[in-house]
Structures are given as C-alpha cells and as structure tokens.
Ligand binder design. Structure first.
Ligand code: NAD
Length: 494
C-alpha cells in the first residue's frame, strides 16, 4: 500500500480503498497479491492495489448471485432502486472533485476535463436510469384461442442476471457508470473489473455505491490484469452477460468465449471515425471542434475523429487552422493551470503512437505539425497532424493518441465512400450548412452515431455503440434496458 494521499500542485488527492470489494466489504485478495499503479505524468508509482485471483473472482460471482436471488434486491420495488440510483448521482456530485482528481491522476488528463465532462456525465447517467427503474415492463399481446380456450398472453422483462462489467482506462468513471446504472436499474447484480492501469477512480465510485445503500453483493469489484482476472471473470459459468468496453482484439477473444457458453455480450470497441468537412461548412466552428475531437484526452478517445476528410477547395484553410490549434495546445502537467493536454497512459501506448507517426512519415504522409515525444518525464507527445491518404496505416488503424490525418475529397459520393472505407464504424461527424446534404450523408454512413456540426460525449438517453469492428450491441438509452433484461412470455390459457 502506498501513501493515503498524493499531492499534485495545489491538490491533495485522497486515495480510495485499494482492495477488492466483495459481498459488501473491502478485502485483500485471497493470495495477498497486488499490482502497482503509476502516474503517467511522472512515471512514479502512486498506489499498490489488491489483485483478484481466480478464487477471488469466484467469490465475487457467488456474492453477486446471492444478491440477485436475495429478497432484499430481487424483490426490491423499482421505485426503491430508482431512489438508490438517484442517491448515487448525488454522492457522485458531492465527490466530483475527488473523482475528477483521481481520474486525472491515474490517466494524466487535465483535471478540468473529468471535472466538467466525465463526472457530471456519470451523475447524469445514474439519474437517467433512475427514471427507468420503475417502468421496465412487458406487453400484453393479443393471440388467438388455444384449442378452443381463450388466452391471456403477456411478456415480462426480467433482469438478465449477474453481469461482468469490464472497462478500459481512458474514461473509467464515465464508462463504468454506463455499465452500472442500467444494470442496476434493471435489477441485475455486477462484478466489475476496472482497468489495471487506472483502477482508482472506479474504486472510489464503488465506495459511493456502497455508501448510497446498495445491498451487499449487488456490486462487487475485482481489480487485476485483464489476462488473468478479466479472463477468469469472462470464463466464469456464473456470469450471465458480459459488458465489455475495450480493444477489438480483446473483444474478439471475449466474444468467442461467451458465444461458446451462449452468453450475451455487449462489445464497445475501437474506432477510426471520419469527419467530413464540406466547403459550405461554418469553418470557424468546424476547425476547432474537429481539432478537439482529435486531441481531447490526448486522442485516447474511442470516438476520436481522426480521419478528417476535407473538400479540396477548403483543404489549405482547414490544414492551417488545425495546425494553429495544435500549436496552441498546452501539453503538460494535468494539475497545472492552463494545461489543455496531458500524457498518454503508459510507455507501451507512447511507443505505439510514435510508431504510427514513423509509419506515416515512411508511407509518405506530410507531417504538418507535432510528431515528437516531449523531452521531460511522463508519456507526453505533441499534438500531431498529417496530410495523407485513406490507404495509409495512420488512416486505417486506431492510434488512440493525438494524431489526425487530413485527406482531401472532391464530391459527396467520394466523401461517403472514403468515410465508409474502414473496418470501423463507431461515429462520424458531418460538417455542412446544407440541411439536405447533412441528412442524406448521415444516412449513408455506416456508424453507430453521426454528429452534424458538432462533436461531444455520448448522451445517456441515446443508444451508444458501433457497427463492424467497433462493436456489437448498444449501451445507454432504452437499448441498455433491453440489453440487461431477458424477455419472457407468459401464456395463460383461460
Ligand atoms: P483493452 O482491450 O486492452 O482492455 C479493456 C479492459 O479489458 C481492461 O479492463 C483490461 O484489463 C481487460 N482485459 C484485457 N484482456 C482481457 C481478457 N483476456 N479477458 C477479459 N478482460 C480483459 O483496451 P484498453 O487499452 O483498456 O482501451 C482502449 C480500447 O478501448 C481502444 O480500442 C478504444 O477504442 C476502446 N474503447 C471503446 C469505447 C467505446 O465506447 N466503443 C470507449 C472507450 C474505449
């Protein structure tokens, strides 16, 4: 265990409980094993977190199963679950500074970002799903008589059961809320596997769930590496559904294991999202927003608009604007006043991003700005813009770093063809002031979410998910209620 609090600039950040949370209590792993957590901005170790073994995962799943079958949770009225979800949102707001500081510390994002975006969004997600908790019902369906006797047929939506929630490190508070809130609204129980690189904010979030009064075992947390703790959770026969956000490579492995056991999965995977900037766009808005969508969270955003297709007659203007925006970004200490971009998560991610920069140069893309590591401790890289083509590796693979590629097009058909020429399909942005063009292009793009003239975080009221390699299924909105319930038919012959 490391210090109980960490000082960064003027912030004194209280660390959360650093253990497993099983059956309503914080505990060390059965084997007493731990793993270190590092601050990507300083490369220093900041905490030592208990590491869940396969036996710990087994206990967590058993606790979740017992809670699912308990009268206290299983028979709890929807309005009572709603009250708990609402209370969780209040506690998230009460601890917004601490949650934001923990997230900024563990993933080195400027502390104002989680304070203004991720944490309020998490609270809003719990409030939205509080509204669902007492209105998850079925239908009465008219059917013909059965062997001469009339029938009353109806459906019930029942909790899908024990959910394994596996989350990535890039936005842990927001993404874990997307999984927790709908599952709890539906009456499920969960075992959460937070990201090994950034478990701290999730651990504090879970302590708030406990403080709100969730019955023991409804939410359990098993920190640890994906390859051991995460894999044990996915394989566990007591898991009824896997809700995973992360890379396509890991997602594929999870889908294979889950499909062999006929378990439903929700997979929120990567992206290589296009932005289509037409010559008639309001460039004063399009250019800075396009830049933000590439550079937000140092590019570690699944929905990053990293392929920027620009109609040829405004290409120079857009490239110059993006370059100017990139040069104005203040890269550095996430807790310093004025920092607008932090560090990448770890050395591997830094190597990966710099490797893509090299591949861009080798394949003949023009480096407009950036491309280098900062000469200081921490995994900092410069915001980077290339001018290139859609067949280059930098335009085909998810970089998950602050690297965007500008690619010219001449007409709408070419723009759509280029945008769809990718294995991904998470999001897209259309920049135009022509309303007909906006709607027709939005309909033609193969992506789960299309923004027109803006870009932002997912909204808890709207379904969220990808097509093709970007995922299977949808989170958030009504889709999340369907994804966490089983539909049962009751056929009453009168
Ligand atoms: P990752 O796939 O390496 O890890 C995600 C989670 O899965 C972590 O908790 C990890 O420990 C766990 N894990 C790893 N191997 C596992 C295994 N064999 N079995 C079970 N669990 C395992 O992804 P990452 O590097 O943490 O996150 C980056 C990726 O996530 C990017 O591809 C990004 O686009 C994607 N992402 C998608 C969304 C979305 O909503 N579509 C949101 C955020 C991030």
């Amino acid at each position: 265990m490391s210090a109980l609090s960490i000082t960064r600039g003027r912030f004194q950040i209280a660390l959360p409980e650093l253990g497993l949370f099983i059956g309503g209590s914080w505990q060390n792993g059965e084997a007493g094993a731990t793993f270190p957590v590092f601050d990507p901005a300083t490369e220093e170790q900041i905490a030592e977190v208990a590491r869940a073994s396969e036996a710990d995962v087994d206990r967590a799943v058993a606790a979740a199963r017992a809670a699912l079958e308990s009268d206290e949770w299983g028979r709890m009225a929807g309005t009572e679950r709603a009250r708990l979800l609402w209370r969780i949102a209040d506690l998230i707001e009460r601890d917004a500074d601490r949650l934001a500081q923990l997230e900024a510390l563990e993933i080195a994002k400027p502390v104002g970002d989680p304070r203004n975006i991720d944490v309020p969004m998490a609270a809003e997600t719990f409030r939205h799903f509080a509204g669902w908790a007492d209105r998850i019902g079925g239908q009465v369906i008219p059917v013909p008589d059965f062997m001469g006797r009339s029938r009353h047929c109806y459906t019930r939506r029942e909790p899908i059961g024990v959910v394994a929630a596996i989350t990535p490190w890039n936005a842990p508070v927001m993404i874990s809320s997307w999984k927790l809130a709908p599952a709890l609204a539906c009456g499920c129980t969960l075992v959460v596997k937070p990201p090994a690189d950034a478990p701290l904010s999730t651990l504090h979030l879970v302590s708030l769930l406990d403080e709100a009064g969730l019955p023991d075992g409804v939410v359990n947390v098993v920190p640890g590496p994906g390859s051991s703790t995460g894999a044990a959770l996915v394989r566990h026969p007591g898991i009824d559904k896997v809700s995973f956000t992360g890379s396509p490579e890991v997602g594929r492995g999870i889908a294979e294991i889950a499909s062999a056991a006929f378990k439903p999965v929700t997979l929120e995977l990567g992206g290589k999202s296009p932005q289509l900037v037409f010559a008639d766009a309001d460039l004063d808005v399009a250019i800075p927003t396009a830049a933000i969508s590439v550079f937000a969270n140092a590019g570690e955003v699944c929905a990053a608009g990293s392929r920027i297709f620009v109609q040829r007659q405004v290409q120079d203007q857009v490239v110059e604007g993006l370059e100017a925006f990139a040069r104005d970004i203040v890269v550095g200490d996430p807790f310093a006043e004025g920092t607008t971009m932090g560090a990448l998560i770890n050395q591997a991610q830094l190597d990966r991003v710099l490797g893509y920069v090299r591949s861009g140069e080798e394949e003949g893309a023009q480096l407009v700005t950036g491309g280098k590591r900062l000469e200081r401790r921490g995994y900092f890289v410069e915001p980077t813009i290339f001018a290139g083509t859609n067949d280059m590796t930098i335009a085909r693979e998810e970089i998950f770093g602050p690297v965007g590629t500008v690619i010219p097009f001449d007409d709408p058909d070419e723009a759509v063809a280029l945008a769809n020429d990718t294995r991904y399909g998470l999001t897209a942005v259309v920049w135009t002031q022509d309303v007909t063009k906006a709607h027709t292009i939005a309909a033609r793009i193969r992506a789960g979410a299309v923004w027109v003239n803006a870009w932002g975080a997912p909204d808890p009221r709207l379904p969220w998910g990808g097509m093709k390699t970007s995922g299977v299924g949808r989170e958030l909105g009504e889709a999340a209620i369907r994804a966490h319930t089983e539909e049962k038919v009751v056929n009453v012959v009168l």
